[in-house]
Design a protein. Structure first.
Length: 248
């Protein structure tokens, strides 16, 4: 019930902010990607629903949203945790690696590449050339070194690690321009400058709640926290300002 409530509130927030642009809402591009957090177990892209189900990704056609049609079940491997869409690709985080799938044919995802790592918890976000992964070691996630792992995906068939920025207790994350927002639970929300992906730099950490996941949306940052949702204005990355609170 709690997760349903959070999803509903987030949808309302996104809809409300979208409707402020030019006085009206905008229709999603059928070939584009949806908006979601890095810990999401499902996403909608190109009129299809992609649902992570531990070892598989279930694919549903949403041409008629009232009557979804299952198209296929893709065997991804062990411990699928998160799905992040970007353009015509899905970045899938599991507790053994990051997997990249093409959805140029939305009904039939095809594996393009992967980056394996030791067993850990593994949210992922990406842009055109770089993928950002947080790994958190310790039970039940495994022995990985805690931190923000940055991968070069310019060769999508063979991602390569560019750097590791060590951070304690990393979890959900979001990307806006050259800044990665890393949720660290009670350790706060850290802003990391990744303009030079080989040498990430800590900007600062906000400690106003226990942060679980984030969704950057234009100049807003929607944060899932232990007590509800916090909304920040991120138009000035050097001085992020809280502009709203939703408690539950």
């Amino acid at each position: 019930m709690r997760s349903i409530y959070i999803s509903f509130v987030t949808a309302v927030v996104l809809l409300a902010t979208a409707c402020t642009k030019d006085g009206a809402g905008t229709e999603a591009n059928a070939g584009g990607t949806g908006t979601g957090g890095s810990l999401a177990r499902f996403t909608i892209a190109a009129n299809h629903l992609y649902l992570a189900d531990y070892g598989t990704v279930e694919v549903y056609d949403l041409a008629d949203p009232a009557d979804p049609v299952k198209k296929t079940s893709v065997n991804v491997g062990f411990g699928v945790e998160t799905i992040y869409p970007y353009q015509d690709k899905l970045f899938i985080g599991s507790n053994t690696g990051m997997f990249i799938y093409s959805i140029s044919n939305p009904s039939n995802p095809v594996k393009l590449g992967e980056a394996r790592h030791v067993r850990s918890c593994d949210p992922v976000v990406a842009n055109g050339t770089t993928a950002y992964v947080t790994l958190r070691g310790g039970s039940p996630c495994g022995p990985a070194t805690d931190g923000l792992y940055i991968y070069d995906i310019s060769n999508i068939m063979s991602p390569s690690q560019k750097s590791l920025f060590q951070l304690s207790n990393p979890g959900g994350l979001g990307l806006k321009d050259s800044v990665v927002f890393v949720c660290r639970g009670s350790d706060g929300l850290s802003l990391v400058n990744v303009k030079n992906a080989a040498v990430p730099k800590m900007m600062y950490t906000i400690k106003e709640a226990s942060y679980n996941d984030v969704i950057p949306y234009d100049n807003l940052l929607i944060c899932y926290v232990s007590t509800g949702i916090l909304i920040y204005d991120i138009s000035n990355m050097n001085q992020v300002q809280k502009v709203g609170t939703i408690t539950y």
